[in-house]
Design a protein. Structure first.
Length: 242
C-alpha cells in the first residue's frame, strides 16, 4: 500500500492596487493543489506589509496595477533579496519581460495566461527555476553575459563528482525534484549540493549559477578525470514556455 505525504502549504503574497484584479488573483491561488504539488495560500496586503513578513518567500506583483513599474522590483530586491518574484504584466512587451527578469523576477506572465499555466509557473518558481518565454531565452542570456561582474572568478571550478552531476542537470533545466529522482538521492540532499555550488561560484540564485558555470571551466576531479560538459548545454539552462 503506497503512503501519501501532505506537502506544507506555500504562502504567496499578492500585490495589486486594484481590488477587482486582486480578487481575481486570490481566486487563482486558492484553487486546490494538483497531485504532488503543495497547496498555495494567498496573502494580501500592502507591499510594505508583504516585505515585513519574514516567513513570506514568494510575491506576485501585478505590474498593470502597481505604481512604479520596474522600480518596485528593485525596491523589493533590495529589501528582501531572497524573495522570489512573479510578475504579471502586459502581453507582447518583450523588453519588459527581459528587464523584469534581470531586475529579479523569477517568472513573467501576461493576462492571457490560464489557471493551469499560472500554477505551472508557480511550481517552476518554487522549485528554484526561472519561467520565461522560449523565444526570449537567447536574448536574456546574451544580455546577462554582457553585465559586468567583478566578483566572478575566472579560475576553474573544483567540484566533487556529485556536484558535477547536479550542475549538469541544473544546466539542463531540471528541478530539484527531477535531479533527486534521476540521481536516486533525497531532494534535501540536492538542495545542499545546490547551496554548495552557489557558494563556490558566488551565485545568489540558479540563473546566476547557470551563467557563471557556463563561463568557467570545470577542473578535473581526481576520481573522475577531465569533465568539461558545462559548456555544451548552451541555452537549455532556463525553464521555458513556447
Amino acid at each position: 500500500m503506497s503512503q501519501t505525504y501532505s506537502l506544507e502549504p506555500i504562502q504567496i503574497g499578492l500585490v495589486s492596487d486594484q481590488p477587482i484584479r486582486l480578487e481575481g488573483l486570490v481566486s487563482i491561488f486558492e484553487l486546490p493543489a494538483t497531485e504532488g504539488n503543495a497547496p498555495l495560500v494567498p496573502i494580501t496586503g500592502t507591499l510594505q506589509e508583504m516585505l515585513n513578513r519574514p516567513e513570506l518567500g514568494y510575491l506576485v506583483v501585478d505590474m498593470h496595477a502597481s505604481p512604479g513599474g520596474l522600480a518596485i522590483l528593485d525596491t523589493i530586491r533590495r529589501a528582501r533579496p531572497a524573495m522570489r518574484l512573479i510578475v504579471i504584466g502586459p502581453e507582447g512587451n518583450d523588453e519588459l519581460v527581459l528587464e523584469s527578469i534581470i531586475a529579479g523576477a523569477r517568472a513573467y506572465l501576461d493576462l492571457t495566461a490560464g489557471v493551469d499555466m499560472v500554477r505551472q509557473a508557480i511550481d517552476v518558481v518554487t522549485s528554484g527555476s526561472i519561467w520565461a518565454p522560449r523565444r526570449l531565452l537567447s536574448k536574456l542570456i546574451d544580455r546577462l553575459l554582457k553585465v559586468p561582474d567583478g566578483n566572478i572568478a575566472n579560475g576553474p571550478l573544483h567540484l566533487t563528482d556529485r556536484e558535477q552531476q547536479v550542475l549538469e542537470l541544473i544546466l539542463l533545466a531540471r528541478s530539484n525534484r527531477e535531479i533527486a529522482r534521476q540521481l536516486g538521492i533525497e531532494e534535501r540532499t540536492v538542495k545542499a549540493h545546490v547551496g554548495r555550488l552557489m557558494r563556490k561560484t558566488g551565485a545568489d540564485n540558479r540563473i546566476e549559477l547557470t551563467m557563471r558555470a557556463m563561463n568557467r571551466p570545470l577542473a578535473p576531479h581526481p576520481s573522475s578525470g577531465e569533465n568539461n560538459h558545462a559548456k555544451s548545454y548552451g541555452h537549455e539552462a532556463l525553464k521555458a514556455i513556447d
